[in-house]
Design a binder for this molecule. Structure first.
Ligand SMILES: *Cc1c(COP(=O)(O)O)cnc(C)c1O
Length: 229
C-alpha cells in the first residue's frame, strides 16, 4: 500500500502484534481483546481507513464533534461514547451509540435509562472508575462503585457490561493492577464481560492486567492536531 494513509495500516499491524505478544505472555487469546479506534480530532476519511482495515469499534469523546462527523463515517463500525457526558447531551447519542463507557453517577445512569426507555432500547454501559483518585478526572471513586453498580443494575433499560478507567499518566502498572482486582471483585455478581483499559502508552500492560478492550488514538492515527478541530 503506497497511499498517503498507509501509516494507519502500519500502525494497526504494530498494535495487533504488540497485543498478540502481551496476550501470549499471560496465556490469553487475542480474541478476548478488542481494539477501539479513538477518533477525536481525526478526519472521517482517516477513521474510515481504520474501519476498512478491520477495526470494528470507534470511540467518541465529544458529542459535538461526533455529531459533525457521524454522517461521513463508515456505518459498519460500532460506536461507543467514552468522554465526559453531561446529562443534557445524552439525547444526542442514545440512538447512534451502542455503548456508553463513561457512566460515573447515578444521575447520569438514570437519564440514560430514561431516554433508552423512550427509544425502546436497552443501552449497554460501563461504569468509569477514577482509580487514581485524581481531582481532574471524571469517574466514580472506587468506594462509590458498589452503590453505582447496584443502582444501574436495577434500571430496566440499562445493561451493565463492565468497567472503564483512565489511570493516572506515568503511574506504571499499579493502577492497572488495582483495576484488575476491582473488576474481578464485581464481575460475576453483574455478569460483566468488558474491562475497558489501556491507551497508546499502556495498552500492552493493560492486556497483561486483563483488559478486554483497548482504546487507541495517537498510536493508530498519529499525534492529535487540536488546531484543526
Ligand atoms: C483520547 C482517549 C483515548 C486514546 O488516547 P491515546 O493516548 O491517544 O491512545 C482513550 N480513552 C479515552 C477516554 C480518551 O479520551
Amino acid at each position: 500500500m503506497t497511499d498517503a494513509l498507509s501509516y494507519v495500516s502500519d500502525n494497526l499491524t504494530a498494535i495487533r502484534e504488540s497485543i498478540a505478544e502481551a496476550a501470549d505472555k499471560c496465556g490469553r487469546s487475542t480474541e478476548e481483546i478488542r481494539i477501539m479506534a479513538v477518533t477525536k480530532t481525526v478526519a472521517p476519511e482517516i477513521v474510515n481507513r481504520a474501519v476498512e482495515l478491520g477495526v470494528t469499534l470507534l470511540g467518541e469523546n465529544r458529542v459535538q464533534e461526533f455529531l459533525s462527523k457521524q454522517d461521513a463515517y463508515d456505518r459498519s463500525a460500532e460506536v461507543h461514547f467514552i468522554g465526559h457526558l453531561q446529562t443534557n447531551k445524552v439525547k444526542y447519542i442514545i440512538e447512534p451509540m451502542s455503548m456508553i463507557q463513561s457512566v460515573d453517577s447515578v444521575k447520569l445512569a438514570a437519564e440514560i435509562n430514561r431516554l433508552a426507555s423512550a427509544h425502546n432500547k436497552i443501552m449497554d454501559i460501563l461504569c468509569e472508575v477514577n482509580i487514581g483518585g485524581e481531582d481532574s478526572k471524571s469517574g466514580i471513586a472506587p468506594d462509590g462503585l458498589a452503590e453505582l453498580l447496584e443502582a444501574a443494575a436495577s434500571m430496566e433499560n440499562l445493561r451493565v457490561r463492565g468497567l472503564m478507567t483512565i489511570p493516572p499518566p506515568a503511574s506504571g502498572d499499579i493502577f492497572l493492577g488495582r483495576m484488575e482486582e476491582l473488576y474481578h471483585k464485581v464481575k460475576d455478581s453483574y455478569s460483566m464481560d468488558v474491562l475497558s483499559m489501556g491507551m497508546t502508552h499502556d495498552y500492552a500492560d493493560a492486556v497483561r492486567h486483563g483488559s478486554t478492550l483497548v482504546r487507541i488514538g495517537t498510536g493508530l492515527f498519529g499525534a492529535r492536531d487540536y488546531s484543526k478541530k
